[in-house]
Design a protein around this ligand. Structure first.
Ligand SMILES: CC(C)(COP(=O)(O)OP(=O)(O)OC[C@H]1O[C@@H](n2cnc3c(N)ncnc32)[C@H](O)[C@@H]1OP(=O)(O)O)[C@@H](O)C(=O)NCCC(=O)NCCS
Length: 488
Protein backbone atom coordinates (compact mmCIF):
# COMPACT_ATOMS: atom_id res chain seq x y z
CA UNK A 1 0.00 0.00 0.00
CA UNK A 2 1.47 3.36 0.96
CA UNK A 3 5.15 4.07 1.28
CA UNK A 4 6.54 3.99 4.75
CA UNK A 5 7.50 7.32 6.24
CA UNK A 6 11.25 7.94 6.37
CA UNK A 7 13.07 6.97 9.54
CA UNK A 8 13.74 9.91 11.76
CA UNK A 9 16.96 10.34 13.57
CA UNK A 10 20.18 8.46 13.40
CA UNK A 11 20.48 5.39 15.54
CA UNK A 12 23.17 5.22 18.12
CA UNK A 13 24.81 1.99 19.11
CA UNK A 14 21.77 1.07 21.20
CA UNK A 15 19.43 1.79 18.28
CA UNK A 16 20.76 -1.07 16.24
CA UNK A 17 18.95 -0.13 13.01
CA UNK A 18 21.49 2.07 11.36
CA UNK A 19 23.77 -0.56 9.82
CA UNK A 20 25.14 0.30 6.41
CA UNK A 21 23.29 -1.31 3.52
CA UNK A 22 24.89 -1.63 0.12
CA UNK A 23 22.64 -0.14 -2.58
CA UNK A 24 21.02 -2.97 -4.54
CA UNK A 25 20.81 -2.59 -8.34
CA UNK A 26 17.01 -2.46 -8.14
CA UNK A 27 17.11 0.40 -5.63
CA UNK A 28 19.92 2.20 -7.41
CA UNK A 29 21.19 4.55 -4.77
CA UNK A 30 17.79 4.30 -3.12
CA UNK A 31 19.33 3.20 0.17
CA UNK A 32 20.26 6.77 0.89
CA UNK A 33 17.73 8.47 -1.45
CA UNK A 34 15.05 10.60 0.23
CA UNK A 35 11.50 9.50 -0.48
CA UNK A 36 9.38 11.91 -2.50
CA UNK A 37 7.67 14.37 -0.14
CA UNK A 38 9.17 12.55 2.86
CA UNK A 39 10.44 14.28 5.98
CA UNK A 40 13.76 16.07 5.76
CA UNK A 41 16.41 13.88 7.32
CA UNK A 42 17.72 15.61 10.42
CA UNK A 43 21.28 16.74 10.57
CA UNK A 44 23.11 14.68 13.14
CA UNK A 45 24.63 16.84 15.89
CA UNK A 46 27.99 15.16 15.39
CA UNK A 47 27.98 16.33 11.81
CA UNK A 48 28.38 12.76 10.48
CA UNK A 49 25.76 11.65 7.99
CA UNK A 50 25.87 7.89 8.54
CA UNK A 51 25.31 6.27 11.92
CA UNK A 52 27.68 3.45 11.01
CA UNK A 53 30.46 5.98 11.21
CA UNK A 54 29.41 7.19 14.74
CA UNK A 55 32.34 7.61 17.05
CA UNK A 56 32.02 5.03 19.80
CA UNK A 57 30.41 6.43 22.95
CA UNK A 58 28.17 9.05 21.27
CA UNK A 59 24.74 8.25 22.75
CA UNK A 60 22.85 11.26 21.53
CA UNK A 61 19.64 10.41 19.71
CA UNK A 62 17.75 13.77 19.68
CA UNK A 63 18.01 16.67 17.37
CA UNK A 64 16.09 19.86 16.60
CA UNK A 65 13.25 18.82 14.28
CA UNK A 66 9.56 19.53 13.63
CA UNK A 67 6.69 17.07 14.06
CA UNK A 68 5.60 15.70 10.70
CA UNK A 69 2.09 17.17 10.81
CA UNK A 70 3.25 20.74 11.46
CA UNK A 71 3.57 22.71 8.24
CA UNK A 72 7.13 23.80 9.12
CA UNK A 73 8.31 20.18 8.70
CA UNK A 74 7.95 20.42 4.93
CA UNK A 75 6.41 16.94 4.88
CA UNK A 76 3.92 16.38 2.11
CA UNK A 77 3.68 12.64 1.52
CA UNK A 78 0.12 11.69 2.52
CA UNK A 79 -0.09 8.70 0.19
CA UNK A 80 -0.83 6.40 3.13
CA UNK A 81 -3.76 8.60 4.17
CA UNK A 82 -5.16 8.30 0.65
CA UNK A 83 -4.91 4.52 0.90
CA UNK A 84 -6.63 4.71 4.29
CA UNK A 85 -9.47 6.70 2.65
CA UNK A 86 -9.83 3.99 -0.02
CA UNK A 87 -9.89 1.21 2.60
CA UNK A 88 -12.50 3.10 4.66
CA UNK A 89 -14.56 3.75 1.54
CA UNK A 90 -14.53 0.06 0.61
CA UNK A 91 -15.43 -0.97 4.17
CA UNK A 92 -18.26 1.57 4.49
CA UNK A 93 -19.68 0.55 1.14
CA UNK A 94 -19.38 -3.14 1.97
CA UNK A 95 -21.44 -2.46 5.10
CA UNK A 96 -23.99 -0.51 3.06
CA UNK A 97 -24.12 -3.29 0.51
CA UNK A 98 -24.76 -5.91 3.20
CA UNK A 99 -27.35 -3.75 4.94
CA UNK A 100 -29.14 -3.24 1.64
CA UNK A 101 -29.15 -6.99 0.91
CA UNK A 102 -30.44 -7.85 4.39
CA UNK A 103 -33.17 -5.20 4.17
CA UNK A 104 -34.45 -5.72 0.62
CA UNK A 105 -33.10 -9.07 -0.59
CA UNK A 106 -32.00 -9.25 -4.24
CA UNK A 107 -33.95 -6.74 -6.33
CA UNK A 108 -31.86 -6.95 -9.52
CA UNK A 109 -34.07 -8.11 -12.38
CA UNK A 110 -32.61 -7.71 -15.90
CA UNK A 111 -35.92 -8.73 -17.53
CA UNK A 112 -37.67 -5.80 -15.88
CA UNK A 113 -35.35 -3.46 -17.83
CA UNK A 114 -37.01 -4.52 -21.08
CA UNK A 115 -40.38 -3.34 -19.74
CA UNK A 116 -38.87 0.10 -19.18
CA UNK A 117 -38.41 0.43 -22.93
CA UNK A 118 -41.51 -1.44 -24.14
CA UNK A 119 -45.01 -1.35 -22.69
CA UNK A 120 -46.54 -3.56 -25.35
CA UNK A 121 -44.31 -6.15 -27.13
CA UNK A 122 -46.26 -5.58 -30.37
CA UNK A 123 -45.78 -1.82 -30.38
CA UNK A 124 -42.28 -0.32 -30.71
CA UNK A 125 -42.80 3.45 -30.82
CA UNK A 126 -39.31 4.51 -29.65
CA UNK A 127 -37.33 2.42 -32.19
CA UNK A 128 -39.80 3.62 -34.88
CA UNK A 129 -39.08 7.22 -33.89
CA UNK A 130 -35.32 6.58 -34.14
CA UNK A 131 -35.69 5.01 -37.61
CA UNK A 132 -37.97 7.88 -38.65
CA UNK A 133 -35.22 10.38 -37.71
CA UNK A 134 -33.47 9.41 -40.97
CA UNK A 135 -36.08 11.46 -42.85
CA UNK A 136 -34.72 14.67 -41.29
CA UNK A 137 -31.13 13.69 -42.09
CA UNK A 138 -31.99 12.99 -45.74
CA UNK A 139 -33.98 16.25 -45.95
CA UNK A 140 -30.94 18.13 -44.58
CA UNK A 141 -28.66 16.55 -47.20
CA UNK A 142 -31.06 17.25 -50.09
CA UNK A 143 -31.34 20.85 -48.93
CA UNK A 144 -27.55 21.27 -48.99
CA UNK A 145 -27.34 19.66 -52.43
CA UNK A 146 -29.82 22.17 -53.82
CA UNK A 147 -27.97 25.05 -52.19
CA UNK A 148 -24.67 23.80 -53.64
CA UNK A 149 -26.22 23.47 -57.10
CA UNK A 150 -27.63 27.01 -56.83
CA UNK A 151 -31.21 25.90 -57.37
CA UNK A 152 -32.18 27.31 -53.97
CA UNK A 153 -31.41 30.78 -52.63
CA UNK A 154 -29.52 31.18 -49.34
CA UNK A 155 -32.56 32.88 -47.80
CA UNK A 156 -34.96 30.08 -48.71
CA UNK A 157 -32.28 27.56 -47.66
CA UNK A 158 -31.98 29.18 -44.21
CA UNK A 159 -35.76 29.11 -43.72
CA UNK A 160 -36.00 25.43 -44.76
CA UNK A 161 -33.01 24.54 -42.59
CA UNK A 162 -34.70 26.14 -39.55
CA UNK A 163 -37.93 24.29 -40.33
CA UNK A 164 -36.11 20.96 -40.63
CA UNK A 165 -34.17 21.52 -37.41
CA UNK A 166 -37.26 22.59 -35.48
CA UNK A 167 -39.14 19.51 -36.73
CA UNK A 168 -36.34 17.30 -35.38
CA UNK A 169 -37.15 18.54 -31.87
CA UNK A 170 -40.92 19.05 -32.15
CA UNK A 171 -42.01 15.89 -33.99
CA UNK A 172 -40.73 13.29 -31.47
CA UNK A 173 -41.88 15.48 -28.55
CA UNK A 174 -45.40 15.59 -30.01
CA UNK A 175 -45.41 11.80 -30.56
CA UNK A 176 -44.26 11.17 -26.98
CA UNK A 177 -46.85 13.53 -25.53
CA UNK A 178 -49.70 12.16 -27.63
CA UNK A 179 -48.92 8.43 -27.64
CA UNK A 180 -49.44 6.76 -24.25
CA UNK A 181 -47.63 3.57 -25.32
CA UNK A 182 -44.23 5.34 -25.26
CA UNK A 183 -42.53 4.61 -21.91
CA UNK A 184 -40.51 7.37 -20.19
CA UNK A 185 -37.21 5.49 -20.69
CA UNK A 186 -37.98 4.71 -24.35
CA UNK A 187 -38.98 8.34 -24.89
CA UNK A 188 -35.79 9.65 -23.25
CA UNK A 189 -33.75 7.39 -25.56
CA UNK A 190 -35.61 8.52 -28.71
CA UNK A 191 -35.43 12.20 -27.74
CA UNK A 192 -31.72 11.83 -26.94
CA UNK A 193 -31.09 10.49 -30.46
CA UNK A 194 -33.13 13.35 -31.97
CA UNK A 195 -31.22 15.93 -29.90
CA UNK A 196 -27.91 14.52 -31.13
CA UNK A 197 -29.25 14.61 -34.71
CA UNK A 198 -30.33 18.23 -34.23
CA UNK A 199 -26.85 19.26 -33.07
CA UNK A 200 -25.13 17.27 -35.83
CA UNK A 201 -27.32 18.64 -38.63
CA UNK A 202 -26.91 22.17 -37.26
CA UNK A 203 -23.16 21.70 -37.55
CA UNK A 204 -23.48 20.06 -41.00
CA UNK A 205 -25.44 23.05 -42.34
CA UNK A 206 -23.07 25.59 -40.76
CA UNK A 207 -19.92 23.99 -42.22
CA UNK A 208 -21.44 23.69 -45.70
CA UNK A 209 -22.47 27.34 -45.49
CA UNK A 210 -18.91 28.31 -44.49
CA UNK A 211 -17.64 26.34 -47.52
CA UNK A 212 -19.96 28.27 -49.83
CA UNK A 213 -18.91 31.59 -48.31
CA UNK A 214 -15.17 30.79 -48.52
CA UNK A 215 -13.46 32.50 -51.47
CA UNK A 216 -12.56 30.07 -54.28
CA UNK A 217 -8.80 30.64 -53.96
CA UNK A 218 -8.70 30.58 -50.13
CA UNK A 219 -5.81 28.44 -48.80
CA UNK A 220 -6.86 25.05 -47.46
CA UNK A 221 -6.41 24.39 -43.74
CA UNK A 222 -3.88 21.56 -43.32
CA UNK A 223 -4.82 18.58 -41.12
CA UNK A 224 -3.69 19.10 -37.51
CA UNK A 225 -0.97 16.64 -36.42
CA UNK A 226 -2.24 14.25 -33.74
CA UNK A 227 -1.69 15.39 -30.16
CA UNK A 228 0.34 13.24 -27.78
CA UNK A 229 3.38 12.71 -29.99
CA UNK A 230 4.73 9.58 -31.59
CA UNK A 231 2.88 7.11 -29.34
CA UNK A 232 -0.56 8.57 -30.11
CA UNK A 233 0.39 8.69 -33.79
CA UNK A 234 1.27 5.00 -33.74
CA UNK A 235 -1.87 4.05 -31.80
CA UNK A 236 -4.38 6.24 -33.61
CA UNK A 237 -2.51 6.93 -36.78
CA UNK A 238 -2.39 9.87 -39.13
CA UNK A 239 -2.92 8.03 -42.33
CA UNK A 240 -3.32 10.31 -45.30
CA UNK A 241 -6.66 9.94 -47.05
CA UNK A 242 -7.74 11.59 -50.24
CA UNK A 243 -9.23 14.87 -49.05
CA UNK A 244 -12.86 15.46 -49.98
CA UNK A 245 -13.72 18.96 -51.14
CA UNK A 246 -16.98 20.87 -51.22
CA UNK A 247 -19.47 19.94 -52.75
CA UNK A 248 -18.15 16.36 -53.16
CA UNK A 249 -18.85 15.89 -49.46
CA UNK A 250 -22.62 16.05 -50.03
CA UNK A 251 -23.00 12.30 -50.30
CA UNK A 252 -24.90 9.78 -48.19
CA UNK A 253 -21.66 8.04 -47.30
CA UNK A 254 -20.07 11.25 -45.97
CA UNK A 255 -23.20 12.31 -44.08
CA UNK A 256 -23.81 8.92 -42.46
CA UNK A 257 -20.17 8.59 -41.44
CA UNK A 258 -20.60 11.89 -39.58
CA UNK A 259 -23.95 10.87 -38.08
CA UNK A 260 -22.43 7.68 -36.66
CA UNK A 261 -19.09 9.21 -35.63
CA UNK A 262 -18.65 10.16 -31.94
CA UNK A 263 -18.61 13.90 -32.57
CA UNK A 264 -21.18 16.68 -32.92
CA UNK A 265 -18.96 18.94 -35.08
CA UNK A 266 -18.92 18.30 -38.81
CA UNK A 267 -15.76 18.34 -40.90
CA UNK A 268 -15.37 17.44 -44.55
CA UNK A 269 -12.38 15.25 -43.69
CA UNK A 270 -12.11 13.74 -40.22
CA UNK A 271 -8.75 12.49 -38.88
CA UNK A 272 -8.75 8.68 -39.32
CA UNK A 273 -6.95 5.81 -37.62
CA UNK A 274 -4.89 3.52 -39.87
CA UNK A 275 -6.40 0.26 -38.64
CA UNK A 276 -8.98 -1.29 -36.34
CA UNK A 277 -7.34 -2.46 -33.09
CA UNK A 278 -9.29 -5.64 -32.31
CA UNK A 279 -8.06 -6.06 -28.72
CA UNK A 280 -8.78 -2.43 -27.90
CA UNK A 281 -12.28 -2.78 -29.36
CA UNK A 282 -12.93 -6.03 -27.49
CA UNK A 283 -11.89 -4.43 -24.19
CA UNK A 284 -14.24 -1.48 -24.76
CA UNK A 285 -17.12 -3.80 -25.72
CA UNK A 286 -16.60 -5.92 -22.57
CA UNK A 287 -16.56 -2.74 -20.49
CA UNK A 288 -19.78 -1.59 -22.14
CA UNK A 289 -21.48 -4.87 -21.29
CA UNK A 290 -20.16 -5.03 -17.73
CA UNK A 291 -20.89 -1.40 -16.82
CA UNK A 292 -24.39 -1.56 -18.32
CA UNK A 293 -25.19 -4.49 -16.03
CA UNK A 294 -23.56 -2.76 -13.08
CA UNK A 295 -25.55 0.45 -13.61
CA UNK A 296 -28.84 -1.41 -13.96
CA UNK A 297 -28.05 -3.49 -10.86
CA UNK A 298 -27.12 -0.46 -8.75
CA UNK A 299 -30.23 1.45 -9.83
CA UNK A 300 -32.55 -1.45 -9.04
CA UNK A 301 -30.86 -2.54 -5.83
CA UNK A 302 -29.77 0.76 -4.34
CA UNK A 303 -31.39 3.82 -5.96
CA UNK A 304 -35.00 2.67 -6.33
CA UNK A 305 -35.55 1.55 -2.69
CA UNK A 306 -33.88 4.74 -1.39
CA UNK A 307 -36.10 6.88 -3.61
CA UNK A 308 -39.21 4.94 -2.60
CA UNK A 309 -38.35 5.45 1.08
CA UNK A 310 -38.00 9.19 0.46
CA UNK A 311 -41.63 9.71 -0.48
CA UNK A 312 -43.00 9.63 3.07
CA UNK A 313 -40.72 12.39 4.44
CA UNK A 314 -41.73 14.47 1.39
CA UNK A 315 -45.42 13.84 2.06
CA UNK A 316 -45.03 14.77 5.74
CA UNK A 317 -42.75 17.71 4.89
CA UNK A 318 -40.31 16.35 7.49
CA UNK A 319 -37.26 18.47 6.58
CA UNK A 320 -34.63 16.70 8.67
CA UNK A 321 -35.69 13.31 7.21
CA UNK A 322 -35.74 14.81 3.70
CA UNK A 323 -32.13 15.94 4.13
CA UNK A 324 -31.18 12.54 5.53
CA UNK A 325 -32.77 10.86 2.47
CA UNK A 326 -31.04 13.29 0.15
CA UNK A 327 -27.64 12.48 1.63
CA UNK A 328 -28.45 8.76 1.48
CA UNK A 329 -29.40 9.03 -2.19
CA UNK A 330 -26.31 11.11 -2.99
CA UNK A 331 -23.98 8.10 -2.57
CA UNK A 332 -25.53 5.64 -5.09
CA UNK A 333 -26.47 8.48 -7.42
CA UNK A 334 -22.91 9.76 -7.55
CA UNK A 335 -21.43 6.29 -7.94
CA UNK A 336 -23.80 5.57 -10.84
CA UNK A 337 -22.98 8.93 -12.42
CA UNK A 338 -19.24 8.16 -12.26
CA UNK A 339 -19.81 4.72 -13.78
CA UNK A 340 -21.98 6.35 -16.45
CA UNK A 341 -19.16 8.77 -17.24
CA UNK A 342 -16.65 5.96 -17.80
CA UNK A 343 -19.17 3.75 -19.61
CA UNK A 344 -20.31 6.43 -22.04
CA UNK A 345 -17.33 8.74 -22.58
CA UNK A 346 -14.61 6.10 -22.45
CA UNK A 347 -16.10 2.73 -23.37
CA UNK A 348 -18.99 3.55 -25.74
CA UNK A 349 -17.48 6.52 -27.59
CA UNK A 350 -14.10 4.79 -27.98
CA UNK A 351 -15.79 1.60 -29.22
CA UNK A 352 -17.76 3.62 -31.79
CA UNK A 353 -14.65 5.54 -32.81
CA UNK A 354 -12.61 2.35 -33.17
CA UNK A 355 -15.26 0.73 -35.37
CA UNK A 356 -15.33 3.80 -37.62
CA UNK A 357 -11.58 4.37 -37.34
CA UNK A 358 -12.35 7.87 -36.14
CA UNK A 359 -9.06 9.42 -35.00
CA UNK A 360 -10.00 12.16 -32.52
CA UNK A 361 -10.54 10.40 -29.19
CA UNK A 362 -10.60 13.43 -26.92
CA UNK A 363 -14.07 12.90 -25.48
CA UNK A 364 -13.22 14.25 -22.01
CA UNK A 365 -10.38 15.98 -20.27
CA UNK A 366 -9.36 16.05 -16.60
CA UNK A 367 -12.62 17.49 -15.25
CA UNK A 368 -11.97 15.74 -11.91
CA UNK A 369 -9.26 18.33 -11.18
CA UNK A 370 -11.67 21.23 -11.78
CA UNK A 371 -10.99 24.06 -9.39
CA UNK A 372 -13.82 26.10 -10.92
CA UNK A 373 -17.25 25.33 -12.33
CA UNK A 374 -16.17 26.87 -15.66
CA UNK A 375 -13.27 24.42 -15.91
CA UNK A 376 -15.64 21.54 -15.24
CA UNK A 377 -17.96 22.51 -18.14
CA UNK A 378 -14.98 23.04 -20.45
CA UNK A 379 -13.68 19.54 -19.80
CA UNK A 380 -16.32 17.01 -18.86
CA UNK A 381 -18.21 16.62 -22.13
CA UNK A 382 -15.88 17.63 -24.96
CA UNK A 383 -18.24 16.83 -27.90
CA UNK A 384 -20.93 19.16 -26.48
CA UNK A 385 -18.43 21.80 -25.36
CA UNK A 386 -16.77 21.83 -28.81
CA UNK A 387 -20.18 22.21 -30.46
CA UNK A 388 -21.16 25.04 -28.08
CA UNK A 389 -17.92 26.90 -28.79
CA UNK A 390 -17.93 26.42 -32.56
CA UNK A 391 -21.59 26.89 -33.42
CA UNK A 392 -23.01 29.06 -30.67
CA UNK A 393 -20.52 30.83 -28.40
CA UNK A 394 -17.91 32.08 -30.91
CA UNK A 395 -20.49 33.14 -33.55
CA UNK A 396 -22.19 35.19 -30.82
CA UNK A 397 -18.88 36.77 -29.78
CA UNK A 398 -18.10 37.58 -33.43
CA UNK A 399 -21.44 39.40 -33.66
CA UNK A 400 -20.38 41.64 -30.79
CA UNK A 401 -22.31 39.96 -27.98
CA UNK A 402 -20.51 40.35 -24.62
CA UNK A 403 -18.67 37.36 -23.16
CA UNK A 404 -20.88 37.07 -20.06
CA UNK A 405 -24.08 37.30 -22.13
CA UNK A 406 -22.78 34.69 -24.58
CA UNK A 407 -21.86 32.33 -21.74
CA UNK A 408 -25.26 32.81 -20.13
CA UNK A 409 -26.95 32.14 -23.49
CA UNK A 410 -25.01 28.86 -23.90
CA UNK A 411 -25.94 27.69 -20.42
CA UNK A 412 -29.60 28.62 -20.96
CA UNK A 413 -29.67 26.73 -24.27
CA UNK A 414 -28.08 23.74 -22.52
CA UNK A 415 -30.67 24.11 -19.73
CA UNK A 416 -33.44 23.98 -22.34
CA UNK A 417 -32.11 20.69 -23.76
CA UNK A 418 -31.72 19.16 -20.29
CA UNK A 419 -35.31 20.07 -19.50
CA UNK A 420 -36.50 18.80 -22.90
CA UNK A 421 -34.83 15.42 -22.28
CA UNK A 422 -36.44 15.01 -18.86
CA UNK A 423 -39.81 16.78 -18.94
CA UNK A 424 -41.13 15.45 -22.23
CA UNK A 425 -40.48 11.74 -21.43
CA UNK A 426 -42.03 12.20 -17.97
CA UNK A 427 -44.89 14.25 -19.51
CA UNK A 428 -44.46 16.69 -16.67
CA UNK A 429 -43.08 20.24 -16.92
CA UNK A 430 -41.42 21.24 -13.67
CA UNK A 431 -38.25 23.10 -14.79
CA UNK A 432 -36.00 21.43 -12.17
CA UNK A 433 -33.46 20.35 -14.80
CA UNK A 434 -33.61 23.77 -16.43
CA UNK A 435 -32.99 25.48 -13.11
CA UNK A 436 -30.19 23.05 -12.24
CA UNK A 437 -28.33 23.95 -15.42
CA UNK A 438 -29.16 27.66 -15.29
CA UNK A 439 -27.90 27.73 -11.68
CA UNK A 440 -24.43 26.91 -13.05
CA UNK A 441 -24.07 30.57 -14.11
CA UNK A 442 -24.27 32.08 -10.58
CA UNK A 443 -22.51 29.01 -9.12
CA UNK A 444 -19.57 29.49 -11.51
CA UNK A 445 -19.34 33.12 -10.47
CA UNK A 446 -19.56 32.33 -6.74
CA UNK A 447 -16.92 29.57 -6.85
CA UNK A 448 -14.45 31.60 -8.92
CA UNK A 449 -15.00 34.69 -6.74
CA UNK A 450 -14.59 33.09 -3.29
CA UNK A 451 -12.81 29.74 -3.66
CA UNK A 452 -9.47 28.70 -5.12
CA UNK A 453 -7.37 25.54 -5.40
CA UNK A 454 -8.47 22.58 -3.29
CA UNK A 455 -11.46 24.51 -1.93
CA UNK A 456 -12.67 25.24 -5.46
CA UNK A 457 -12.20 21.56 -6.36
CA UNK A 458 -14.17 20.49 -3.27
CA UNK A 459 -16.95 22.94 -4.18
CA UNK A 460 -17.21 21.45 -7.70
CA UNK A 461 -17.40 17.91 -6.27
CA UNK A 462 -19.98 18.97 -3.71
CA UNK A 463 -22.16 20.59 -6.35
CA UNK A 464 -21.99 17.37 -8.41
CA UNK A 465 -22.63 15.04 -5.48
CA UNK A 466 -25.53 16.99 -3.99
CA UNK A 467 -26.98 18.86 -6.98
CA UNK A 468 -28.05 15.80 -8.96
CA UNK A 469 -29.94 13.94 -6.18
CA UNK A 470 -31.87 17.14 -5.42
CA UNK A 471 -33.11 17.20 -9.03
CA UNK A 472 -33.75 13.41 -9.01
CA UNK A 473 -35.82 13.63 -5.81
CA UNK A 474 -37.79 16.62 -7.07
CA UNK A 475 -38.77 14.85 -10.30
CA UNK A 476 -39.54 11.55 -8.59
CA UNK A 477 -41.60 13.27 -5.93
CA UNK A 478 -43.64 15.20 -8.52
CA UNK A 479 -44.01 12.09 -10.70
CA UNK A 480 -45.14 10.11 -7.67
CA UNK A 481 -47.69 12.78 -6.67
CA UNK A 482 -49.04 12.91 -10.24
CA UNK A 483 -49.16 9.21 -11.07
CA UNK A 484 -49.06 7.08 -7.92
CA UNK A 485 -50.76 9.11 -5.20
CA UNK A 486 -54.23 7.90 -6.10
CA UNK A 487 -53.18 4.29 -5.81
CA UNK A 488 -51.95 4.60 -2.29
C1 LIG B 1 -20.10 28.65 -22.35
C2 LIG B 1 -18.84 27.93 -22.75
C3 LIG B 1 -18.88 27.55 -24.23
C4 LIG B 1 -17.68 28.88 -22.48
O1 LIG B 1 -16.48 28.22 -22.79
P1 LIG B 1 -15.09 28.83 -22.29
O2 LIG B 1 -14.04 27.88 -22.74
O3 LIG B 1 -15.18 29.13 -20.85
O4 LIG B 1 -15.02 30.18 -23.09
P2 LIG B 1 -13.80 31.21 -23.21
O5 LIG B 1 -14.35 32.57 -23.05
O6 LIG B 1 -12.67 30.78 -22.34
O7 LIG B 1 -13.35 31.12 -24.75
C5 LIG B 1 -13.30 29.94 -25.45
C6 LIG B 1 -12.81 30.19 -26.85
O8 LIG B 1 -13.40 31.37 -27.41
C7 LIG B 1 -12.37 32.20 -27.92
N1 LIG B 1 -12.77 33.60 -27.77
C8 LIG B 1 -12.85 34.32 -26.63
N2 LIG B 1 -13.26 35.57 -26.91
C9 LIG B 1 -13.45 35.64 -28.26
C10 LIG B 1 -13.87 36.65 -29.15
N3 LIG B 1 -14.19 37.88 -28.73
N4 LIG B 1 -13.97 36.35 -30.47
C11 LIG B 1 -13.67 35.12 -30.92
N5 LIG B 1 -13.24 34.11 -30.12
C12 LIG B 1 -13.14 34.37 -28.81
C13 LIG B 1 -11.17 31.90 -27.07
O9 LIG B 1 -9.98 32.23 -27.75
C14 LIG B 1 -11.30 30.41 -26.91
O10 LIG B 1 -10.85 29.77 -28.10
P3 LIG B 1 -10.15 28.33 -28.08
O11 LIG B 1 -11.18 27.37 -27.54
O12 LIG B 1 -9.83 28.07 -29.51
O13 LIG B 1 -8.97 28.45 -27.19
C15 LIG B 1 -18.61 26.63 -21.89
O14 LIG B 1 -18.67 26.94 -20.54
C16 LIG B 1 -19.63 25.56 -22.19
O15 LIG B 1 -19.42 24.77 -23.09
N6 LIG B 1 -20.73 25.52 -21.43
C17 LIG B 1 -21.86 24.62 -21.66
C18 LIG B 1 -21.46 23.23 -21.41
C19 LIG B 1 -22.65 22.32 -21.42
O16 LIG B 1 -23.77 22.71 -21.34
N7 LIG B 1 -22.40 21.05 -21.46
C20 LIG B 1 -23.44 20.10 -21.40
C21 LIG B 1 -22.87 18.87 -20.95
S1 LIG B 1 -24.08 17.67 -20.55
Amino acid sequence: MGERGGSAGAAGPAGGGGGHRAPSPARGNGGSRRRRGGPPKPEHPSGHGDSAEEPAGDFRCHTVQESLLSSASGFSNYRGVLNWCVVMLVLCNARLFLENLIKYGILVDPIQVVSLFLKDPYSWPSPCLVIGANVFAVAGLELERRLAAGSLSERAGSALRCLNLLSILCFPAAVVLLLPSVTPVGAAFALGIHTVLFLKLFSFHDVNKWCRQRPQNAPKTPQKPPQGGEEARRANGDVAHREVEYPENLSYRNLYYFLLAPTLCYELNFPRSPRLRKRFLLRRLCEMLFFTQLQVGLIQQWMVPTIQNSMKPFRDMDYSRIIERLLKLAVPNHLIWLIFFYWFFHSCLNAGAELLRFGDRQFYRDWWNSESVTYFWQNWNIPVHKWCLRHFYKPMLRRGVGKRTAQAAVFLASAFFHEYLVSVPLRMFRLWAFMGMAAQIPLAWLVSRFLRGHYGNAAVWLSLILGQPVAVLMYVHDYYVLHCNNTG
